[in-house]
Ligand binder design. Sequence first.
Ligand code: FMN
Length: 259
Amino acid sequence: MIFYFSGTGNSFRIARSLSTALGERLADMTRVSLENMCDDKVGFVFPVYAWGLPRVVEQFLKRLSGVTAPRYVYAVLTCGDDIGRTDVLLRRTLQKAGWGLHAVFSLRMRNTYVCLPGFDTDSAEVEQAKEKTWKTRLEEVIQVVEHEGRSTAADLIPGALPGLKTYVLRPLFNRFLISPSRFRVDEARCKHCGACAQVCPLQNISLENADRLPHWGNHCTHCLACYHVCTAHAVNYGSFTRRKGQVKVLNSRNDIGVF
Ligand SMILES: Cc1cc2nc3c(=O)[nH]c(=O)nc-3n(C[C@H](O)[C@H](O)[C@H](O)COP(=O)(O)O)c2cc1C
């Protein structure tokens, strides 16, 4: 079984490739029921947010308490740059649920974070270079997981000052920069197409008000799928994202749901 969460599609691409290569079932963390879960080998695939786990992933992992720990557990963390100590947070969270973690890998993919000055999407050249590298790395990951091997420190991309990022910057980021209340829609640009609502993995956006504009509920994990999917560039996060790039979103909700 491979549990995945993906906002814009990077992690979903990895989860889908692993599923095909290993013959393992895919399950969307936001929708799966854990009843009767008894697989021997379990993988987790999700993006790194602020050098840690997305909220929705933390919430899912807490639900594992009480589920019998599998023989082999692995994780693939996708990131745009580096993961800090996300692997340590993941291991601790799993431990609390009585689960181990035998192998953990990180893969550098398209960057999707654009909400602060200095952060933008990758150029086409950078994106292509990353894709070439992660595809090669993924083949190696598949080999290790297939044989239920262990990972090493070389399988991770902690970046510079990983402890500072995860233990100091991350809490600040979560406190001040993760809030659906900062999403804004440019009314003149919005085409009321509903793509933002449709792509939201948490079904947190509604267009059912009289103005037919998107409204965000409180159940947001900050994946930015709503921002990236808007072809009119009408969705913004405060004023930070007005001139930022967008990535093409692969909608994991429409493709494969719960098995
Ligand atoms: C809110 C947010 C925070 C992010 N934080 C990080 C980070 O700390 N380090 C990093 O390398 N990439 C970061 N990224 C980039 C994503 O981890 C990366 O692009 C990931 O592959 C996206 O996966 P997805 O397409 O499956 O959602 C962040 C993206 C978002 C939306």
